[in-house]
Ligand binder design. Structure first.
Ligand code: PBG
Ligand code: ZN
Length: 321
């Protein structure tokens, strides 16, 4: 008789036949950096995650580096916003300052920047608004400016998150034309219009002041369209393709893994983090085990890279093993 239980008998045989493993090499840790001084503010809906100013962020970075987490993903929170988010291409803006600071103090830490406008626009949308809608091609011009500004500051990788058509191509051309032909792009290729972003928007104050993001982010009902989105980013030259959110979209991660010869990333977003934290706080789940199991499911689905607020905690668990 075939008995699948034979290979489950002891931990050592289970180790030998284990198909997927989560390692610290898979992780990217997001950081929220706010313009100003002496800031270290808790984000209520994301326990353990804080907004830091540059003068307080070192202990966080020391920990990231000592845990051997390979990369961080930077989000800036500026002190002033306007219609177009002009602060995004200020060479002395908060993200640009942060890149220079981190690359100087922690030269080996890989610095990725989120390239978008919603934290910087007064209306909270991801670019220029015209007749109550996001104006795609005009925004691409600003996107190129922001990209070059991040590149000049020393970013190792740029990641457009606005779901604009042609974003990767606009950025690739801008980078190639300014000598940054070696700087990779991670596309937020398949990004759904998701309620799971709620805590993040509280964290960085980026909720749209009117309407929603459904005219640019994807409809959660759609699976075939995800292939079209990923295909465009692939053709435009994205070096890494990302799916976001992760947990409710594991089928999409697998589709991309099976169909594209590029590394696949997924973003374990703020709402996914908040749900585990909240249930754990109530004593309803075993936080460590649920965290590890849900991130492992992303690996099993096909993710090569996981962007997660749990990165430090996962790294600590892995060290115990
Ligand atoms: C902005 C952006 C968002 C996230 C990353 N970049 C949210 C949004 O589209 O409103 C979400 C991250 C998270 O929820 O953890 N374009
Ligand atoms: Zn945005």
């Amino acid at each position: 008789m075939n008995r699948t239980r034979r290979l489950r008998k002891t931990e050592n045989i289970r180790r030998l036949v284990r198909e997927n493993k989560l390692t610290v090499d898979d992780l990217i840790y997001p950081l929220f950096i706010e313009e100003g001084k002496n800031i270290e503010s808790e984000i209520e809906s994301m326990p353990g995650i804080k907004r830091y100013s540059l003068d307080t962020i070192s202990k966080e970075l020391d920990e990231v580096v000592s845990l051997n987490i390979p990369a961080v993903l930077l989000f800036g929170i500026p002190s002033k916003k306007d219609d177009e988010g002009t602060e995004t291409w200020n060479d002395n803006g908060i993200v640009q300052q942060a890149i220079r600071f981190i690359k100087k103090k922690y030269p080996n830490l890989y610095v990725i920047t989120d390239v978008c406008f919603c934290e910087y626009t007064s209306h909270g949308h991801c670019g220029i608004i015209h007749n109550n809608d996001l104006e795609n091609d005009a925004t691409l011009v600003n996107l190129a400016k922001q990209t070059i500004s991040h590149a000049k500051a020393g970013a190792d990788m740029v990641a457009p998150s606005g779901m604009l058509d042609g974003a990767v191509l606009a950025m690739r051309e801008a980078l190639d034309n300014t000598g940054f032909y070696d700087l990779p792009i991670m596309g937020y290729s398949v990004k759904y219009s998701s309620a799971y972003y709620g805590p993040f928007r509280d964290a960085v104050d980026s909720s749209p002041s009117f309407g929603d993001r459904r005219t640019y982010q994807m409809d959660p009902s759609n699976r075939d369209e995800a292939m079209r989105e990923a295909n465009f980013d692939d053709l435009e030259g994205a070096d890494i393709l990302m799916v976001k959110p992760a947990l409710s979209y594991l089928d999409i991660i697998r589709d991309l893994k099976n169909n594209f010869d590029r590394p696949i990333a997924c973003y374990n977003v703020s709402g996914e983090y908040a749900m585990i934290k909240a249930a754990a706080e109530k004593g309803w789940i075993d936080e460590e085990r649920v965290m590890m199991e849900s991130l492992l499911s992303m690996k099993r689905a096909g993710a090569d890279i996981i962007i997660t607020y749990f990165a430090k905690e996962v790294a600590k668990v892995l060290l115990k093993r």
